[in-house]
Design a protein. Structure first.
Length: 304
């Protein structure tokens, strides 16, 4: 089993089915579990437990309910296990459906939940006990359906190889590649994110949530410009969607009129420009966007 879910998700191989009855990150604290004869799964989430536990004699669950929780009564415990006839299988949870093909030792993933906004971070709490240099990953993908096709809008992945024995917060910035408003998302956690997993590696996950720390100006008078401010990484992310391609130049000035950053995006109508400001003193700055002969300016209070 050499192809894993993290790569399926972010390589664009996951089919997302939208259900209007599910809200973003349902059962995010893993307090609700559905118990079966040989295993339990967190409600709204899927795991490979069903297929693995159906294997005669050698089957075993790789995701379990744990009373070791960051808050509340339970958390999700993901363990990489060696299963006879299958191989080394990482613990995986996802907002969707996992199907294990035991003949090819591979998984397919489909499912997801609807989303109507543009979060900036996936956050939560975790504990990690890797074996043999293993690494875990917790990620999110945002997508947009168009008929039977869907486009990748944004993604974010948190990963570590470090042993983390106590409940620790994590945060991953969701990287947007387009102006498109996503309509579906998939969240995934895996105990072994590398190609060769190590049995005995354990990941605990609890209290996942979306964060919206970026200031989004929905009423920007400069039609075709959308700006996000990510204070965590000290960047302004600017997306343009003008009707015609023109030379686009983005400048950042301090209040003394000194040019701090200048980005030439070329002759475009749709583009993405990253303006770093990390290290600049906290204060008010002026962002200038020049599109052809049109000039748009806006003041921002920037802090690191």
């Amino acid at each position: 089993m050499k192809k894993f879910f993290l790569f399926l998700l972010f390589a664009g191989l996951v089919n997302v089915v939208i259900s209007q009855d599910i809200t973003p990150i349902p059962n995010n604290d893993f307090e609700s579990w559905i118990t079966h004869s040989k295993y339990s799964d967190p409600e709204f989430w899927d795991t490979p437990n069903e297929e693995l536990c159906a294997i005669p004699i050698f089957g075993k669950a790789v995701v379990e309910r744990s009373t070791d929780s960051q808050e509340g009564s339970y958390s999700a415990r993901l363990e990489t296990k060696s299963i006879t006839l299958i191989g080394d299988v990482p613990g995986v949870i996802t907002l969707g459906n996992i199907t294990l093909d035991v003949s090819t030792f591979s998984y397919s993933i489909n499912g997801g939940v609807p989303i109507n906004d543009m979060p900036t971070h996936l956050m939560g709490y975790y504990k990690y006990f890797p074996v043999g240099g293993d690494s875990c990953a917790i990620g999110i993908g945002l997508l947009k359906w168009s008929g039977t096709q869907r486009d990748s809008v944004a993604y974010g992945v948190f990963s570590t190889k470090e042993t983390v024995p106590d409940w620790t917060p994590f945060s991953t910035w969701i990287e947007y590649d387009t102006l498109i408003q996503p309509d579906s998302m998939i969240v995934l956690a895996i105990s072994s994110a590398q190609e060769i997993p190590t049995p005995g590696t354990v990941l605990y996950v609890d209290n996942l949530y979306l964060d919206y720390t970026v200031s989004v100006d929905e009423n920007d008078p400069a039609t075709g410009i959308r700006i996000y401010q990510d204070r965590e990484t000290g960047r302004l992310l600017l997306f343009t969607d003008f009707t015609t391609p023109q030379p686009v130049l983005v400048n950042l000035y301090n209040m003394r009129g000194q040019l701090l950053v200048s980005k030439d995006a070329g002759t475009v109508n749709k583009t993405r420009v990253v303006v770093p400001y990390s290290g600049a003193p906290e204060g008010i700055y002026i962002l200038e966007v020049i599109h052809g002969k049109q000039k748009y300016t806006r003041k921002y209070f920037l802090s690191n």
